[in-house]
Every structure is written in structure tokens, then in C-alpha cells.
Design a protein around this ligand. Structure first.
Ligand SMILES: Cc1cc2nc3c(=O)[nH]c(=O)nc-3n(C[C@H](O)[C@H](O)[C@H](O)COP(=O)(O)OP(=O)(O)OC[C@H]3O[C@@H](n4cnc5c(N)ncnc54)[C@H](O)[C@@H]3O)c2cc1C
Length: 306
């Protein structure tokens, strides 16, 4: 439900939505609240508002989106508090994960450095339970503070959130902050770990190209598949896409990466529609070849499809 209090919040109209793909449509309205009170006013305008992080796991359809888009990368939502003695770190939802990691490494607090190279805000990383070869967002998490769509603030302990591989129960909430408990460590050693993670990512993923990271989740096999894995194994979606012959497949300005087949990269003039069509084609090829329906990790904002 929408009420006409847009002007009070400094709403931007027909605003670009910044994503790592650097393509896609605009937001009819975009707000950058700086406090919980302003966030509640956003909810009063549109309780179905969409939350935007760094847009690193997001594709916006070419026509853009109706309704309100909200970014928390401003004001108090970016605050990071480090209690070195207790090893506790509270990071606001709009803080960049890279900045939080850098602060912790410099303070000699270890645990988050294994998430190096994942572009994210704290809010986006929490919702996606971002992670990789070296660990996941939830590993050192104590609690999440979040607002529900009625404007009520809650605190959830980690075990109440049902974190799983690239998912959480936070999707319908608005993440406000995350509290981590980290271990005292030598900053130089942590810097070494951080470099190791970054090196690994640079070698295995097309980090310098425009993408949204992995498009699909790595699936768990429902039955044995010859030369792929046994029932219950979680196997690499990139390997399946590659074996289905999709590497370098292209539609318009969108291409399945030659470095990592689970990444779709885009040219400057690519259309979001081309990415969506290419995703459909990859899904179909993997289904035809292995009888496996891939599940999307990428979030797509579209008025035409969910
Ligand atoms: C080059 C590259 C490499 C990547 N490598 C990895 C990797 O190794 N591992 C990995 O897990 N991911 C990876 N990704 C994907 C991406 O970095 C993660 O999914 C990240 O968590 C997205 O965070 P974000 O802030 O950009 O969220 P967005 O993409 O902006 O949003 C993602 C989802 O979170 C929701 N959301 C955002 N903020 C909030 C909030 N405050 N409250 C409620 N909901 C919110 C959005 O509505 C959306 O549904 C990569 C992406 C790129 C471009």
C-alpha cells in the first residue's frame, strides 16, 4: 500500500539501481533512509519495498521496478563498532563487507577474513549467507537485528535463523545489523589469509568482469549420476554447466564465462533480457543432459516474473 509522503523522505524518482552487472532498469522510487524512524516511514509508503545492498547478486529487468527500492548504505546503517577486548563486532546492514573485514584484520580479530573478495553489504551477505571455499557469513555470527514489515525490531540468535547453503530465513525482513564474535589473532597472519582468499578467487572466477557471481546454487544430487557424483553429494553447478556444453554460450551482450561456467558476464550494452534468456537456456541444457533442475542463486527483480 502506498501513501503520498514521498517528498518528506527525499525520495529519488526514476532512479538508477546500481548493480555489479551495470545493466537493467530503474526504480520508480528510491529512498536512502538514515535511521529506523525513516525506515519505518518507507514501510508506511510501501510495505512491499525492495531492499538493495551492493547489487552484487542482483539482476534488474530492463523495464525496472514499480514501488519503492530502499538502500541502507547511508547514515547510521553503515556504522561498525569493534570491541577488541571482547572480540565483538557489530556492523550495520549498509556497511560494506570489505570495510568490515579490513577493520577486523587491522584490529587483529580473525574469522571474517575468509569472506574476502565477496562484494556485499552486511545486509546482503546475511540474507544470502554469502560464502565460499573457506567459510560462510554465519560461521562467526552471534545475532542479527532486523525489522519486520510492521516496523517492529527483533533480535535473532544465529540458531533461530536457519542459515543454510546460500540462504537464510531473513528474506522477508529488513536486516539492520549483525553481531559477530571473532578470535584474537596476529594482524599480519590475517592479512596473509586475506591475500590467499583473494588470490584463490582471482584465479578461479572472472573477478574483473561485470557479473553477479554464481548464477545457480551447487545442487545436491537426488540420485547417482555417472562421472558426476553419488546421491546426496553437493556438486559444482559450474562443472555441470561446463559439461552440458554451455561455456562461452552467448545471447546478445550476455555470455557464460569462459573462466567459471556458473558466472554470466555482461558487455556494456547488454540487456537484462539477454541474461534472463541465457539463464533459461543453461537451465534447459543441464536439465536435458543430467535430468537436474538447477536452482537460481541470483536474485532477479522483474515485474514480469518472480
Ligand atoms: C565478482 C563477484 C563475486 C562473487 N563471489 C561470491 C562468493 O564467493 N560467494 C557468495 O556467496 N557470493 C558471491 N557473489 C554474490 C554476492 O557477492 C553475494 O550474494 C552478496 O551477499 C550480495 O550482497 P549485496 O549486498 O550485494 O546484496 P544484493 O545483491 O543487493 O541483494 C541480495 C539480496 O539481499 C536482499 N537484501 C540486501 N540488503 C538487505 C537488507 N538490509 N535487508 C533485507 N534484505 C536485503 C536483497 O533484497 C536481495 O534479495 C559474488 C558476486 C560478484 C559480483
Amino acid at each position: 500500500m502506498m501513501t503520498p509522503s514521498a517528498h518528506q523522505l527525499g525520495i529519488e524518482h526514476d532512479a538508477p539501481i546500481d548493480t555489479w552487472f551495470h545493466i537493467g532498469g530503474r526504480a520508480r522510487m528510491l529512498a536512502r533512509p538514515e535511521s529506523n524512524d525513516e525506515l519505518i516511514r518507507c514501510l508506511e509508503m510501501d510495505d512491499q519495498m525492495r531492499m538493495l545492498g551492493e547489487g552484487a547478486n542482483l539482476l534488474v529487468d530492463d523495464d525496472g521496478v514499480e514501488g519503492l527500492v530502499v538502500s541502507l548504505q547511508t547514515g547510521g546503517f553503515r556504522t561498525v563498532e569493534i570491541d577488541h577486548a571482547c572480540g565483538l563486532v557489530r556492523a550495520g546492514s549498509g556497511a560494506s563487507l570489505a570495510r568490515v573485514i579490513a577493520g577486523c584484520v587491522n584490529e587483529g580479530l580473525g574469522g571474517l577474513e575468509m569472506l574476502t573478495g565477496i562484494p556485499a553489504t552486511i545486509g546482503g551477505a546475511a540474507v544470502m549467507n554469502a560464502g565460499g571455499a573457506f567459510g560462510s557469513f554465519c560461521d562467526h555470527l552471534v545475532e542479527i537485528e532486523a525489522m519486520d514489515r510492521l516496523g517492529r525490531v527483533h533480535r535473532f540468535a544465529r540458531n533461530e535463523i536457519d542459515f543454510d547453503y546460500r540462504q537464510s530465513r531473513l528474506n522477508h525482513l529488513i536486516v539492520l545489523s549483525a553481531l559477530f564474535e571473532l578470535e584474537q589473532a596476529d594482524p599480519e597472519q590475517l592479512k596473509g589469509e586475506r591475500n590467499r582468499c583473494m588470490e584463490y578467487k582471482s584465479k578461479t572466477q572472472p573477478m574483473s568482469e561485470k557479473s553477479a557471481g554464481c548464477v545457480f546454487k551447487n545442487p545436491v544430487l537426488a540420485e547417482d549420476i555417472e562421472e558426476i557424483g553419488s546421491q546426496g553429494d553437493r556438486v559444482s553447478a559450474g562443472m555441470l554447466i561446463d559439461r552440458a556444453g554451455c561455456k562461452r554460450m552467448r545471447i546478445g551482450g550476455a555470455q557464460v564465462s569462459s573462466v567459471h561456467a556458473n558466472f554470466i558476464t555482461t558487455d556494456q550494452d547488454a540487456k537484462a533480457r539477454s541474461v534472463i534468456e541465457l539463464i533459461g537456456l543453461v537451465e534447459q541444457r543441464v536439465l536435458d543432459q543430467f535430468g537436474l533442475q538447477l536452482e537460481r542463486e541470483l536474485v532477479i527483480w522483474s515485474e514480469h516474473e518472480s
